[in-house]
Design a protein around this ligand. Sequence first.
Ligand SMILES: Cc1cc2nc3c(=O)[nH]c(=O)nc-3n(C[C@H](O)[C@H](O)[C@H](O)COP(=O)(O)O)c2cc1C
Length: 209
Amino acid sequence: MKKFYLTILVVLGVVLGLSWRESAQVNAATTIKKGSNSDTLIVYFSKSGINYEGYRKTGNTAKLANDIQKATGADMYEIVPAKPYSRTSYKAVEKRATAEQKQNARPAIKGSMPDVSKYKTVFIGSPIWYNEYPMPVRTFMDKVDLNGKTLMPFATDSGSGMGEQPQQLKKQYPKAKIKKGFSVEGADVSKANTQTNVNKWVKNLGLSK
Ligand SMILES: Cc1cc2nc3c(=O)[nH]c(=O)nc-3n(C[C@H](O)[C@H](O)[C@H](O)COP(=O)(O)O)c2cc1C
């Protein structure tokens, strides 16, 4: 009888162990959305909800990242702050973003960092906040070394173009090859010609799928 209970316990342990391992793998995999081009990764941050242009169910930069994904077939990783920015009060977003920039803060990011070792090329995109990268992007940059990669910066803005982001990128990754970036105003990101312009940009880079 003792032997019987022991066997049940061992079987249960193995089943539980296997299902835990499977769920850990699923969680790890959810940080990167797989595309058809495994050489290239798109990393982006974007804030949905109320923003400068009004309400956005999908943030402007997320929309641009999706257009780039359609053109390249690249894998995608979204930088998600552990503590979300307000979706309902633009004032609250400004207050927090101003304080974080002033303190040179590194707000925590949700989940594990992506393993970038297999990617040669990384598109890195973000809204322009006070002419620079929002601080959660700086957290990502401090954690993930993109030196040695070819980097394609992209941004959405409300008039500043790429702002200081290319210079910030260069300072962070002195050994990366940084290509000319692509930016579009948040108000224009949903216009039909954005996908056309993205396709042209990607084609000129030789990265069309
Ligand atoms: C805190 C904050 C600061 C901003 N600063 C700038 C800026 O300096 N220059 C600019 O052109 N747009 C600025 N914007 C506007 C955003 O760059 C623009 O709305 C962008 O498309 C938002 O992208 P998202 O929807 O992906 O977050 C700022 C927006 C926020 C919320």
